[in-house]
Ligand binder design. Structure first.
Ligand SMILES: Cc1cc2nc3c(=O)[nH]c(=O)nc-3n(C[C@H](O)[C@H](O)[C@H](O)COP(=O)(O)OP(=O)(O)OC[C@H]3O[C@@H](n4cnc5c(N)ncnc54)[C@H](O)[C@@H]3O)c2cc1C
Length: 572
């Protein structure tokens, strides 16, 4: 039997994992990886921390060298070799040796494309000034480090408040720069629902990062070819000795497109469940491909390292004739921002809303990561989104300290397995006081949601609060109520509720809140059984503070900078 020749374009996350898996499955295959950059298999995810000096040794970013690929895996890695084209008829690729400038052809039996994505560069005036950077590669991060070292910038503007933008904000602040984030949407971290992103926004302000929301950069200005400031749509001019553009990535699908491979609706390469493209001899993986969203079934781009690595393995299995199927993506992601952990999985409420989906509900919880009596417990804010009719788990978002990512991981796997809120109620999870709670936040979220699906509790919709016409009852203690309350709510502490039912009208809906949604649940059960049309404001006053940070009405367009941030907690 002759050995097959597998060529791989792109030698980092998807490409490298595909190559290594191929070798484990087929000792005889000839495997050649083409990487246009100087390094294969480097840790893109570590780059912001290299810039921030949390990782100071660049060599630590190199996960595997060409020498290791050769000695351990018998894989040839050709760095600084760019693949220019694919001749599908002859099953050949055209390669340029970037060091020598020579161009040559290589034949393949199977070809794997893992060319990744390219950072978006909006056509802004001034974008080519020195000191304006995007971040994707080790040379990019080296250039940013050198700029910080040589030019001693004092201020930086990070354009885009998503994952990389927030990580860069933290790391530039760590290097002593005054950082401003400019974000076009009215929230940071756009994959989160707006109210969950509010926790991140407030945290950034607390860490002295200025944040301009609902504003966009229209011009980058400079002097003597070097950046000095940016101008925003709202007319603000912000000094900037350094600008990081982190406004998203585009799939690197040009090679595939020119070769006539099918693309999907988002310009990513179209693949089947075994990562095979529209050409039976070509597979594609990673940021360059479109994958099915596990929850919605729609094709989407999810440029994350986990899917790229898993898809690389699956393509290798498929090339070796094994049955292999990629289950889809659900955008499970985590980000650290100045000590705050932000994690999410599945679909957000705003996406369901945009899709005009109505069969869903969301509950909010604010549990501690471990038993509150054990030292060091920290609060987390958790939102669980589920199908109202049958309890199917659709998505979750969490922000807080320790243990946030663990809860999202559990819920992520529940989503992948098609689990319901009843499964979350029953999930058996690790518990000891320093690690969790006997009723883990995941169990609690399942229980709260299951109450809704079973019809034991009706949920009031936070978004409808300004026009709800409901009678608002706050069942916290008087002292808590005095410190701040939802506009128009009246206070009847839970323990007085049965004696004071006469104060509550029975001709209109009653919406009940407490601090975090626990006491109000008891109150709703009491009221329902006394014939009131009562609903729970899930998450209570803690959720109110992020839904309506400026109180009612709910207009939420902010362009605040750190100086404008109130130092006192907000109270309505
Ligand atoms: C700064 C940063 C931080 C990140 N942090 C995280 C994180 O914390 N968590 C997470 O899940 N994801 C993170 N990601 C995303 C993650 O790195 C990517 O999703 C993942 O690397 C995608 O793998 P890939 O193989 O598709 O592409 P890449 O890893 O980008 O590899 C593609 C390679 O192909 C090469 N290439 C492209 N075209 C050609 C060609 N024609 N010929 C030869 N070579 C070519 C490129 O040079 C590139 O090296 C981060 C990304 C960045 C940039």
């Amino acid at each position: 039997m002759s050995s097959k020749r597998v060529l791989i374009v792109g030698g980092v996350a998807g490409g490298a994992s595909c190559a290594a898996r191929l070798r484990r499955l087929d000792e005889r295959a000839e495997i050649v990886v083409f990487e246009k950059g100087p390094y294969p298999s480097f840790a893109n995810c570590g780059l912001p921390y290299y810039i921030g000096d949390a990782i100071s040794d660049e060599a630590k970013l190199l996960v595997a060298t060409p020498e290791l690929f050769r000695s351990r895996f018998n894989i040839e890695v050709r760095t600084e070799h760019e693949v220019l084209g694919i001749n599908r008829g002859e099953r050949k690729i055209q390669v340029k040796d970037l060091r020598k400038g020579s161009v040559y052809q290589e034949a393949y039996d199977a070809l794997v494309l893992s060319p990744g994505a390219v950072p978006a560069r909006p056509p802004l005036p001034g974008i080519d000034l020195e000191g304006v950077f995007t971040l994707r590669t080790i040379p990019d991060s080296r250039a940013i480090r050198a700029w910080i070292q040589d030019s001693q910038p004092r201020s930086a503007v990070v354009v885009g408040g998503g994952f990389i933008g927030l990580e860069m904000a933290e790391n530039l602040a760590r290097r002593g720069l005054k950082v401003t984030i400019v974000e076009m949407f009215d929230q940071v971290m756009p994959p989160l629902d707006r109210e969950m992103a509010e926790y991140v926004y407030v945290h950034l302000l607390d860490k002295h990062v200025s944040v301009r929301l609902a504003d966009g950069v229209v011009r980058i200005s400079g002097s003597e070819g070097r950046v000095t400031s940016i101008e925003t749509r709202s007319g603000a001019r912000i000094p900037a000795d350094l600008v990081i553009l982190s406004v998203g990535v585009k799939p690197e699908s040009k090679l595939a497109k020119v070769a006539g491979l099918e693309l999907g609706p988002h310009a990513g390469i179209r693949v089947d469940e075994s990562m095979r493209t529209s050409d039976p001899c070509i597979w594609a993986v990673g940021d360059a491909v479109e994958a099915r969203d596990t929850v919605t079934g729609a094709l989407c781009l999810v440029p994350l390292a986990g899917p790229a690595n898993r898809q690389g393995r699956i393509a290798a299995d498929a090339i070796c004739g094994r049955p292999a199927r990629f289950r889809g993506v659900q955008a499970t992601a985590v980000c650290g921002v100045f000590g705050l952990t932000v994690a999410m999985t599945g679909v957000s409420e705003k996406r369901l809303h945009q899709a005009k989906e109505t069969d869903y509900a969301a509950v909010y919880l604010h549990p501690t990561d471990h038993a509150s009596y054990y030292p060091g417990a920290s609060e987390m804010h958790l939102k669980l989104i589920f199908r109202r009719s049958d309890g199917l788990v659709l998505g979750a978002q969490a922000v807080g300290g320790h243990g946030v990512e663990r809860r999202i991981d559990v819920i992520s796997f529940a989503i992948q397995k098609g689990s319901t809120v009843f499964d979350l109620e029953e999930a058996e999870l690790c518990y000891a006081p320093q690690f969790g709670m006997a009723k883990d936040p995941v169990n609690l979220a399942g229980m709260v949601a299951a109450n809704v699906v079973r019809g034991d509790v009706r949920l009031a919709n936070w978004g409808e609060l300004p026009d709800c016409g409901a009678f608002l009852v706050d069942v916290r203690e008087e002292e808590e109520f005095r410190r701040g309350s939802i506009v128009d709510a009246i206070n009847i502490p839970l323990d007085q509720l049965r004696q004071r039912l006469a104060e509550i009208p029975n001709d209109r809906p009653i919406w009940v809140n407490c601090a975090r949604g626990h006491r109000s649940y008891y109150a709703v059960r009491i009221l329902q059984q006394h014939g009131f049309d009562a609903s729970n404001l899930s998450g209570g006053y803690s959720t109110w503070e992020v839904w309506y940070p400026e109180g009612l009405p709910s207009k939420h367009i902010k362009t605040s900078a750190v100086e404008e941030h109130p130092s006192q907690p907000r109270a309505a």
